[in-house]
Write a protein that binds this ligand. Structure first.
Ligand SMILES: [Zn+2]
Length: 75
């Protein structure tokens, strides 16, 4: 099983980046955490190519949550 596969988009080698400040703020509120350092968002393009997966993970833990958690789309 590839280390970096994303359970939401099923991409075996998707890239991730760390959260932007607005995203971190959303996630803190959503998870009721004070610190979301280490959380990353999946950048794999979805089917139509216009949107990204935006599935959240903590480091390279494949299933950090019971259900895949996606960041809301940027405004
Ligand atoms: Zn993904």
């Amino acid at each position: 099983m590839p280390m970096r596969s994303c359970i939401t988009c099923k991409s075996p080698e998707e890239e991730h980046r760390f959260l932007e400040p607005k995203e971190a703020a959303w996630l803190k509120k959503h998870l009721d955490l004070k610190n979301v350092d280490g959380f990353m968002v999946c950048l794999a393009p979805l089917d139509d190519g216009a949107k990204q997966c935006r599935n959240v993970r903590k480091y390279f833990v494949e299933r950090p949550f019971r259900e895949p958690l996606r960041l809301p789309e940027p405004e």
